[in-house]
Design a binder for this molecule. Structure first.
Ligand SMILES: Cc1ncc(COP(=O)(O)O)c(C=O)c1O
Length: 296
């Protein structure tokens, strides 16, 4: 695997960072996860905007716009067309003689920029929904969930809690409200007069990530209502669906050991997945083809 480290493409076993990097010592950095289909990166403006917001909030000087070209270079170097592309930017390491344990960054630092690309399923798999099983858990994480921090200890504790209960993933709740899963946002299909209503937790009701996939789905499906979602509404849902860059649209078939709805992917999930796959195809046709062999 060829990785990107501070502007260079190098084999993964040659990539080295300092033990005093503040990403390693403090989790002081932000990350972003991208998808490419058939050699085209999708939803790039949303990812770049979100990463730049996080960098600005953290006071780390780096422009995520440069990751557009750098991602295509990674795809080409690894000869990948359907891939997950990961980027992490940390504050970097203090200069020699500076305090390496000071919470307040001591002196100027150059950010550490690391990226890799790994194979991921192509768009043809999007016609068949997967399925997820979750357990609920009071959210142990911090209150700045919109910041895509590399400090993911709370998310790790969540999936360990789920795994101890024989379940792959966790659904976090905050003060009686539904939040998100460990790496996805959530949509509920609730019974409503004359049909079903789709709801997703609003960003001001709980501390969650403003998912790019959630944003795209809300744009193409204005029938998704963003509002506080009570934990008690989970039991009323005929379907629960997860949204994320890697998972795309993933039906939840079991929650806390009980089937959700029919216990199988339902029509709302299929509709959302179909609409999302159509949007990806449109985004691909809008995105510039890579200058190189990765996207022709
Ligand atoms: C906690 C959390 N929520 C939601 C998401 C989904 O965000 P996106 O759609 O931008 O991938 C992620 C993705 O990593 C996440 O980590």
């Amino acid at each position: 695997m060829i990785v990107h480290l501070n502007g260079r493409l190098i084999p993964r076993d040659q990539a080295r960072i300092s033990v005093f990097d503040r990403g390693f010592l403090f989790g002081d950095g932000v990350y972003e996860g991208l998808r490419s289909f058939d050699g085209h990166l999708i939803a790039m403006p949303g990812h770049v905007r979100r990463m730049n917001e996080g960098l600005r909030a953290a006071g780390i000087e780096f422009d995520a716009a440069s990751l557009h070209a750098a991602s295509y270079a990674l795809l080409e170097a690894n000869n990948l067309r359907d891939a997950f592309v990961y980027w992490q930017v940390t504050r970097g390491e203090p200069e020699p003689g500076r305090n390496v344990r000071s919470r307040l960054p001591d002196g100027p630092m150059s950010p550490t920029v690391f990226g890799y690309a790994a194979p991921a399923p192509g768009l043809s798999t999007a016609s068949v929904p997967g399925s997820a099983r979750l357990v609920t858990m009071p959210d142990p994480r911090w209150s700045r969930g919109r910041l895509k921090s590399i400090s993911l200890m709370g998310n790790v504790l969540g999936v360990l809690h789920a795994q101890a209960r024989g379940t792959p993933d966790v659904l976090f709740t905050q003060r009686g409200l539904v939040a998100e899963a460990s790496s996805t946002n959530v949509v509920l299909a609730l019974p409503a007069p004359g049909g079903t209503r789709l709801v997703t937790p609003s960003l001001d009701s709980v501390s969650i990530l403003a998912g790019v996939t959630r944003d795209v789905l809300m744009e193409i499906r204005p029938d998704i209502e963003s509002r506080p979602v009570r934990e008690a509404e989970l039991a009323l849902a005929s379907e629960i669906v997860l949204l994320g860059t890697l998972s795309m649209v993933l039906p939840v078939v079991e929650l806390d050991g009980r089937p959700v709805g029919e216990g199988a992917p339902g029509p709302c999930a299929r509709g959302l997945l179909g609409d999302y796959a159509d949007w990806i195809r449109r985004d691909i046709s809008r995105s510039r083809p890579a200058a190189t062999g990765a996207a022709r």
